[in-house]
Design a binder for this molecule. Structure first.
Ligand code: ARG
Length: 395
């Protein structure tokens, strides 16, 4: 299929109407009870789950199972370099929520906890887990790719105010009645779709969104660029699958690695595209690629991001530190008798790859469950909602 930025996805064929896979349920329970000895023997639990599936076509997981499953899904996330702390994931069990009002209130509590509650900036990895799919029934979901994202507005001359990545999503929000202020940093509303209420938009207020103005440790003009970014990267549209159950609404966050912002959000030509402007202000010779002006501007952008988050007391990490932590994670996992599935093209940072040790090796590429998947229609809702193949109400 042809959505830009969409990559091969092993679970592309997920069928929300299919009955729960009893074999996957059993495999998960054996894994969970095998790794978490405090949960006791698995056999009695297997008997209960088998009976439930036979009688109802699905089953209910215990809180411990959901919590452990979510942690293991993070552990299995082959694109994530930050998995050393997988055990520390804070799991908020929100399986009781169904109205969009209630879901939004719980998302605000998620953001507050993720941002550090009493200590804003001391970010915590958090996941909120809403109800699983009952096969054949419609289910609530979030359209946004992240809980916090900046709007993008296309001007008549084709240029963009804000984040070009969200132009189509912003148009969809506008069509649903939302009006942004028209700045580079308008936080988008959260679009929650429920079977009962359809899509409803909810505004995040300033108090919900910690942000960091970007300055540079020794280039005084840097602040004049007016760059800023939010503290909490919270992916909102990936489906969590645990033991044959599917949780399409399970937003999760960690903290940023600087390059995600400094190299990709600020540097990519189809995002904020700041390299030419930074190079100009630095007085670099841009007459030839061979002067490496792009690379020099990239490094200063990345220094600025790390410096600014530190200055603001907002947790962030650099790619050298994160690379070493990832290798520690691999060692820990191997010691526990497990292999670490990893995707080299995502693990290696977008700048200075070969200066990090994660560059100089290969990884296992297994698709292990529990896992997070980005479904095609979820991706479409977030990136090109107006061009979707599926209709707004169709599940
Ligand atoms: N790369 C995404 C962004 O730039 C965030 C993905 C999740 N990142 C994380 N550090 N947990 O917003």
């Amino acid at each position: 299929m042809s959505v830009p930025g969409y990559r091969d996805n092993p679970a592309e064929q997920w069928d929300p109407d299919a009955p729960v896979d009893a074999i996957e349920a059993e495999e998960f329970l054996r894994l969970c009870y095998g790794e978490e000895k405090r949960l006791g023997p698995v056999e009695p639990r297997l008997a209960v789950v088998r009976a439930q599936i036979a009688a109802t076509g699905t089953y209910t997981q215990t809180h411990d199972e959901v919590a452990y499953g979510a942690k293991v899904a993070w552990r299995n996330a082959s694109k994530c370099i930050g998995r050393l702390y997988w055990r520390s994931l804070v799991v908020l069990d929100r399986r009781c929520a169904s109205s969009s009002e209630h879901i939004f209130a719980l998302l605000l509590r998620h953001l507050r906890q993720a941002t550090g509650a009493a200590n804003p900036g001391q970010l915590r990895p958090v996941i909120s887990i809403f109800p699983p799919v009952t096969p054949g029934r419609p289910y609530p979901r979030i359209w946004n790719e992240q809980l916090i994202r900046y709007a993008g507005y296309r001007r008549a001359d084709g240029s963009v105010v804000g984040d070009p990545r969200t132009v189509e999503f912003t148009e969809a929000m506008t069509a649903l009645g939302w009006t942004g202020r028209g700045t580079d940093h308008d936080v988008l509303p959260v679009a929650i779709e429920t079977p009962e209420e359809g899509v409803r938009l909810f505004e995040l207020s300033d108090g919900n969104v910690l942000e960091v103005p970007i300055t540079h440790p020794d280039l005084p003009w840097f602040g004049e660029l007016g760059l800023r970014w939010y503290a909490v990267p919270a992916i909102a549209n990936m489906r969590l699958t645990i033991g044959g159950l599917h949780y399409p609404l399970a937003p999760f966050n960690g903290w940023y690695m600087g390059t995600e912002i400094g190299a990709r959000s600020f540097g990519d030509p189809d995002r904020f595209d700041m390299l030419p402007e930074v190079a100009k202000r630095m007085g670099l010779d841009t007459s030839s690629e061979a002067t490496l002006w792009r690379d020099r501007a990239l490094i200063e952008l990345n220094r600025a991001v790390l410096h600014s988050y530190d200055l603001a007391g907002v947790k962030i990490s650099d790619h050298h530190t994160e690379s070493e932590r990832f290798l520690t994670h691999i060692r820990n996992e191997e010691r526990a008798g497990r292999t670490v599935p990893a995707d080299w093209s995502w693990i290696v940072p977008p700048i200075s790859g070969s200066a990090t040790r994660v560059f100089h090796r290969y990884y296992d590429e297994a698709d292990q469950r529990p896992a997070f998947y980005l479904d095609e229609d979820a991706h479409e809702r977030a990136v090109c909602p107006m061009r979707r193949k599926t209709s707004a109400s169709g599940q």
